[in-house]
Design a protein around this ligand. Structure first.
Ligand code: SF4
Length: 213
């Protein structure tokens, strides 16, 4: 298949278990819960998205006919250091990465020595071989990925309550305050929920606090 990638960049993971970890982000184009166009937001399943995932015009973006070519392009963003033997870490995000990430590409990433993570809305099955699965359920969609490494629920989210997810097989449970014009209130609400329900940990978008992409 041809992979459509919006952008590739190197930064720190801002959220969840791996907050603070250097990572290459591979942002795939397209999502199955919103077209990405403002004129469609009101009728979209997911209406609070703050990410531009339309097209292939971002830094490092483009269309890649071969999995090996995309894996090589992603790997090129990892700093070259003889003394640092850390495996390159790629976070496949979007949009919805599982519209495109397949076993060929996962194998190509692994052949480049990379560790592969995904951030998905959980509505599509995860192919074999992904090393870290982070699911962020979206109200109004059907969750099919019911196990993984971490679940990260944007909170508060109309129609989704944290207690709807505590029975699922994830190793880490995170609540992340909704990023909108009520952000400060949302942070306080999320802190209070975590304090009274210690199964849930707070996840902040620290990359935004730091001004990182
Ligand atoms: S599921 Fe994720 S990428 Fe898709 S519209 Fe919602 S927040 Fe954006």
């Amino acid at each position: 298949m041809t992979y459509a990638v919006k952008e590739i960049f190197y930064s720190l993971q801002g959220e969840g278990v791996h907050a603070g970890r250097p990572a290459i982000f591979c942002r795939f184009s397209g999502c199955n819960l919103w077209s990405g166009q403002e004129k469609h937001r009101a009728e979209a399943v997911c209406q609070f998205c703050d990410t531009d995932f339309v097209g292939t015009d971002g830094e490092g973006g483009g269309s890649f006919a071969l999995a090996e070519a995309l894996a090589s392009q992603v790997k090129s963003y990892w700093p070259q250091s003889i003394s640092d033997q850390t495996h390159p870490y790629v976070v496949c995000t979007g949009g919805e990465p599982l519209l495109q990430l397949d076993e060929d590409l996962i194998d190509a990433f692994h052949a480049e020595g990379m560790e592969v993570a995904i951030e998905t809305n959980g509505t599509l099955p995860v192919p074999k071989g992904v090393d870290w699965v982070c699911v962020s359920p979206k109200s109004g969609s059907t969750l099919v990925v019911e196990e993984g490494d971490e679940i990260k629920l944007v909170y508060p989210q109309y129609g989704h309550h944290p207690s709807d997810f505590t029975h699922l097989k994830f190793n880490h449970f995170f609540l992340q305050p909704m990023f909108d014009d009520q952000e400060n209130t949302n942070i306080q609400t999320t802190v209070e929920y975590c304090l009274s329900h210690p199964r849930w940990n707070l996840s902040l978008q620290t990359h935004k606090l730091l001004g990182l992409p």
